[in-house]
Each structure stands twice: as structure tokens, then as C-alpha cells.
Design a protein around this ligand. Sequence first.
Ligand code: NAI
Ligand code: MG
Length: 498
Amino acid sequence: MTTAENLSEKVRDFIASPRKMLINGKWTDAASGKTFETLDPSTGESIVQVAEGDREDVNRAVAAARTAFEDSPWSRMAPSAREKIMHRLADLMEENADVLAELEALDNGKNVAVARAVDVQLAIDYMRYMAGWPTKIGGDILPMSVPYAPDAKFMGYTLKEPVGVVGQIIPWNFPALMASWKLSPALASGCTVVLKPAEETPLTALYIGELICQAGFPEGVVNIIPGYGHTAGAALTEHEDVDKIAFTGSTTVGKIIVKAAADTMKNVSMELGGKSPAIILPDADLDIAIPGAASAIFFNMGQVCCAGSRLFVPDNLYDKVIDGLANEANNMKIGPGLNPENMINPLVSQIQFDRVMSYIDSGRGEGAEVIAGGGRSGDTGYFVEPTVLAKTTRDMKVVQEEIFGPVVCVQRYGDVSEIPALANDTVYGLGASIWTRDVGNIINIVPKIKSGSVWVNCHSILDAVMPFGGYKQSGYGKDMGKEALDSYLETKAVCIMA
Ligand code: NAI
Ligand code: MG
């Protein structure tokens, strides 16, 4: 059991006994009887045991999702009725927002107030946004010509239909938000789902599962199978009766999944890693740009796929920015996320801690200068100091690879004309920010950056209406916004001859 004592009653109840998986509307043990433990990253201690899903559980869940898709009213329900149930879920999430935030802070390690204001609120907002879509999904009437049948009359139209049974595999950095990003458009489109949360952070998805049961979804519409990637995750991606896989996680695993999905020609959408540039232009307002660049990388301890992990600074501002950034880093309070004053919380796991520390060592070894941080904080939990690496160059491992920790690599440049090439010097293309007061710079530079999002004078701002997804090896398909729906819909062309 965790040592965290000041937990709310609801959270204490939730972690008082082993958590089960959700199959066909019922909470069940794994077929194997196995469980795994989820840990509190601020102490490394166990929070609770969780049912460990594997192939057999995935088979049962997919069968339930298939039956629900073919036989339950969900995909054929009046769109307004589907909206009502989704709104009820959003309301239940709102009523339980504090519980979700606390569970998130416990399981992932992050700041509880941030979890409430950002993760959980965005998760609710997005469920609500998508709850408005079922009544607005429609096809087109097509003006047909059919040149080889000039005497006949045709009417053509398109129908938008749900893709079917969807497997969704999500990571641990924003567990509740990722669950909402995936579930909301799938449900709005009429799909049924098997969701596999990350093994590091299963709790908020399972709590949302409880709320799904209360909201009135037909049985089997949402199934939740906690478990590991190489077992439960792989079983889902290989399953013949899954029509689509939606994945957020590492580019390495994304490639494995795309290959596995090819055998059954599944529809796939991939939201993968990043190495996003934050670019300070010579005319930037540094009062905004310096704290902005700091939060671009240190928010969520840099465990953000679109984190501003490569910072580009012009020669004339270099010293000032480096000093300002070091100051920001040194003033961030480090400690467990359940205390809302602590802005730097633990990384999610020992594995991530070791990975990030080894990148910092690699940067040092390759000649980067450590301007702030660079070490572990405390001797329990997975705390890494916010770290600024200066004098970094394009060929360094820390500049090319995703670190996924609170580590920013600063590079200097001479002229604005160098920016597009510098920004695009990566296999990734998820996000980018430019910091400038000159609208001409914005108009010139934005189209030259190869990434799915570009922020101006801000970074990593997300909203339900804004599509989010990658170019290049950051993946394909969009989460959020209206675009997310497209990847859960098939288009059927219907032709009627009069
Ligand atoms: P990961 O890609 O292994 O895990 C993400 C999800 O994929 C988890 O639910 C996991 O169980 C599942 N998974 C793993 N292997 C699988 C397989 N063979 N088949 C099906 N599902 C599988 O990421 P991990 O190991 O947790 O983190 C490693 C690195 O990945 C991080 O350091 C970071 O660079 C990147 N990452 C990127 C994220 C993003 O938001 N784009 C989120 C998490 C990690
Ligand atoms: Mg955990």
C-alpha cells in the first residue's frame, strides 16, 4: 500500500482492493488470475494490484465489443440518444473531477492541481465536444454525370459509418486525457472499443470505466483491459476481428503496431514521439519567451510528446535567454505531485528515470554544458532536476533522440533564414513554437515548418477544437478536433439508378 495518507475517501476506497478489468459491462479478473502492481512514482511503493490482461482477456473483450457493435443499439441508436449518454459521461467525469485528478497524481506522479486544471478538464471538455457530434455527422449528395450512360438518371450520396471494433492503446504521460482523446471520437462515431491503458498508469482509465458503467452505455461498448504492451497490447493489434488500432506512444512501438496491423489491413492512427523545436526570434518579447520556453519543456516533467525539447536562440539573445532559463529551472519546487506547490514531480517509473539520466550523461559526454540541473533530486522516487543543456549541436544524441524528460537542448543560430532547416532537422514533426512580435515572421516561417502543430508565443496549448497529430515519424491521423472523427468513420458511396 502507498504511504500517501491524505487521500480522499473515494480514492482510498478505489485502491482498497485489487482492480479488475471491464469486459462486457462486468468487472472481471484476468483469465490467468494474474495481477500486476501499479506504483506511486514519488516513493516507488505499490498503490494497488490490477488484473493483468493477456491474449485470452483480449479475445473476450473483442468478442464483447463485436457483439455490441453488431447487435447492441449503440451504432444504430438515434444520434441524439448517443449524445445524451456521452453527455452523461462527461457530467459524471466533471462530478468526479477531483477524484480523477487525485488518482492521476497518485498513479502518474504529476501535480494534482495541474492534473485537475489541465488533464482532467481537457478530458471532460473533449468528451463534451465529441458528445455534440453524433447529430452532425452526415454524408454528401453527389451530382453524378456517368458519361457512358447518358440516358440513365442517377442519384449518388455518401453515408458515414463507424469503422467497427476499435483497439486503443494509450501511454502513461496523460492517462485520463489520453483515454478521453481515444474514447470520445470512437463513441461519437458509433464504434465499440477495447482500451488498453499503459501498465504504469491504469487507474484513471479504470475509474472512467466505472463512470461509463453508470452513464448508461450498452454492455460491451467500452471494454478496458489493463496489461502490458507485448502481451495484451500485441494481442489487440494482431486480433483478426479488430477493425482499427488507435495508438499513442513511442515511435518504436508505433512501427511494430503498423507492421502487425498490416496482416489484417487494419485502419491505424498513430500519435508518436517528437523532438519539437521552440524557436526564439530576434525580436521576441523575452518576458514571455523565457518562461514560455521553460514551461514548453518542464511542463509534466518533459513527458510530453510535443515538448519543446530543442530550443533555438539567436546569438544576440543567447546569454540573456540561458541565464533566464537557468533561473526558471532553479526556482521550480521539486516534490511529490500530491502537494500542489511542487511543480517538478517524479518521472513515471524507474525505467524512465534511468533513461533520462542516461541521456543527461550522454549529453555531458558529447560536450554539452550543463547550465542548470543535471542530476537526481532526493533519494527516493524518480525525481530528476529540470535540466538545461547548452552548447548542444545537431549531431548530438540528446538533440536527435526523444528524451521525454525535463531536459532542454539549447542551440544558437545567427540568422532567421536558418530557422526552417534547423527546425526540420529531425525525423519527427509533431509540434513547434515560434516566439516573435513580427507578423511577417509568422507568415513566412509557419508554412516552412514540417509539423502537425505550430504555436506562436505559446507552446503545447491544446484544445478540444484543435486537431493534434504528427508529420513524418511522429505519426499519422489526428486526435482531437473534428478531424479525429474522420479516422473512426468509413465512407460508403451509394448510387441509385432511377
Ligand atoms: P511505449 O510505446 O512502449 O508504451 C505506450 C503504450 O504502448 C503502452 O500502453 C504500452 O503497454 C503499449 N505497448 C508497448 N509495446 C507494445 C506492443 N508491442 N504492442 C502493442 N502495444 C504495446 O512507450 P514507453 O516504453 O512507455 O516509453 C518509451 C518512450 O516512448 C518514452 O521515453 C517516450 O520517448 C516515448 N513515449 C511517447 C509518448 C507520446 O505521447 N507520444 C507517450 C509515452 C512514451
Ligand atoms: Mg503507477
